[in-house]
Write a protein that binds this ligand. Structure first.
Ligand code: AMP
Ligand code: MN
Ligand code: MN
Ligand code: MN
Length: 307
């Protein structure tokens, strides 16, 4: 069984990298993609455990990006080659970590303004790598302000909730460009969560050089999976799939099989990803078109930016 989307304690998962490898073995996942938010630390730490367990580990990352107009879209990067991501990419994600740090300080201030007794130290103590909103949810839960992690999101932390604070994020087009120039495959994460009408957005998303879509995901119904398969075919995109396992941070969701076994990821998609990567997957025309688009987007964004 394969699973190309999972998180460790280095981002907002609750399994240590070593424990995630053990869990993969336990449930029968033999090819595992670690896609922590904005960091490779979980992947790096899992390497020796995966090696001694004979498990195939795929280097991945999940980036939070935004489209024109500010809509938030998650993007997965996969680095299948033996070298992993180019060093410039590892350096580039330090920016994202800094933006997170800045957001965390403002989020604490906002939650305190809303009347919660919460400190950054308390939130930090709930994570071991970088800090994400589930760590804030954990503190709100432990202090009795909410009854479930989901309630913390629904009432305070979700983008539409009262406590939400803005975080500086790269444009989707820049994310795609950075992943691809670092030798990776860029896949649209959980398309079900893309705001607005995906069908009409596809030309804009694909013009950036996006080359894959996460057709299989725990949040996708059968009908949605079929729609994303159809879009993959129509736009010539590669297909990825994964559970988005977070351990106790997303209860009821299992590595490899999703929610109540709703996830069946065909093992052969990995071979197609590999073949495409080794055969110089970027066609010159799409790369050129993507770069032109990127600059157009950036220029407009700068004009509209207020900070
Ligand atoms: P951050 O990267 O710090 O903005 O936190 C984002 C993470 O919070 C996501 O990766 C999810 O794990 C979780 N999350 C975001 N929105 C929700 C939501 N509405 N309900 C539950 N979990 C969420
Ligand atoms: Mn997460
Ligand atoms: Mn995501
Ligand atoms: Mn994820």
């Amino acid at each position: 069984m394969i699973d190309l989307h999972s998180h460790t304690t280095e981002s907002d998962g609750t399994f240590l990298p070593s424990a995630l490898i053990e869990e993969a073995l336990r449930v029968g996942v033999d090819t595992l993609g670690i896609t922590d938010h904005d960091t490779f630390a979980g992947y790096d730490k899992a390497i020796p455990y995966a090696r001694s367990a004979g498990l195939e580990l795929i280097c991945g990352i999940e980036l939070s990006t935004k489209l024109q107009g500010g809509r938030s879209v998650h993007l997965l990067g996969y680095f299948l080659g033996s070298e992993g991501p180019a060093p410039e990419f590892r350096e580039w994600i330090l920016d994202m970590q800094a933006a997170r740090h800045d957001r965390n300080i403002r989020l604490i201030a906002r939650l305190r303004e809303l009347g919660f007794d919460i400190t950054l130290e308390e939130v930090r103590a709930r994570g071991s790598g970088l800090i994400a909103r589930p760590h804030f949810a954990q503190v709100l839960l432990e202090k009795g302000y909410v009854r479930t992690l989901q309630q913390a999101f629904d009432q305070y932390l979700d983008e539409s909730a009262t406590g939400y604070v803005y975080r500086r994020e790269p444009l989707f087009a820049e994310g795609v460009e950075r992943i691809r120039s670092a030798g990776g495959i860029a896949s649209l994460a959980h398309p079900v969560r893309v705001p607005g009408n995906l069908r009409t957005l596809m030309p804009e998303l694909c013009a950036t050089g996006l080359n894959a879509i996460e057709v299989y995901h725990s949040d996708h119904s059968q009908a949605q999976t079929e729609l994303y398969l159809e879009l993959a075919e129509a736009y010539g995109l590669l297909i990825t799939g994964g559970s988005d396992f977070h351990g106790a941070a997303k209860p009821g969701l299992w590595l490899g099989t999703g929610r109540d076994g709703n996830l069946r990821i065909p093992g052969d998609l990995l071979e197609r990803l590999r073949v495409s990567q080794t055969s110089g997957r970027v066609s010159e025309t799409s790369a050129t078109a993507a770069t032109g688009f990127l600059f157009a987007v950036k220029k407009e964004d700068n004009l509209g930016a207020s900070d």
